[in-house]
Design a protein around this ligand. Sequence first.
Ligand code: ATP
Ligand code: MG
Length: 138
Amino acid sequence: MERTLSLIKPDGVEKNLIGEVIKRFQDHDIKIVAMKMLHLNRKQAEGFYAVHREKPFFNSLTDFMTSGPIVALVLEGDRVIELNRKLMGATDYTKAEEGTIRRDFASSIEQNVVHGSDAPETAAFEIGYFFNSFEIVG
Ligand code: ATP
Ligand code: MG
């Protein structure tokens, strides 16, 4: 059993996609074991995306991620890291497979609706970034 961090980004919340994204998780037997809505400040967004600090899109990305509320979820299931990445689709929605969240709803490479941890180590860091042990059930 694995856990992963999912974020519904500000564009996803703005487009009223919270229910749609959660439905897709639940339709694939993914269990939600933690969930909260929050509005990141700049320091929090920069800390979350610290690995991208040197990238040309870093400032734009942190601007975007602080532009409105997000929903953070901890997902649990068999190989859920990979399954969530599959449901999300490629970072660039124009290259994402049909039927993926990003292909269906993203509006740019940056405003791509969802985030999902990409490996067990990043999942552990990212879950801990948003949730303490008392906020995760089961
Ligand atoms: P995420 O980490 O959000 O799940 P990802 O792993 O598919 O997405 P990363 O390469 O980790 O993509 O980039 C993190 C985020 O930075 C992307 O989801 C997107 O919002 C933004 N981003 C990535 N590449 C670009 C780019 N070339 N221009 C603008 N924004 C970008
Ligand atoms: Mg990533």
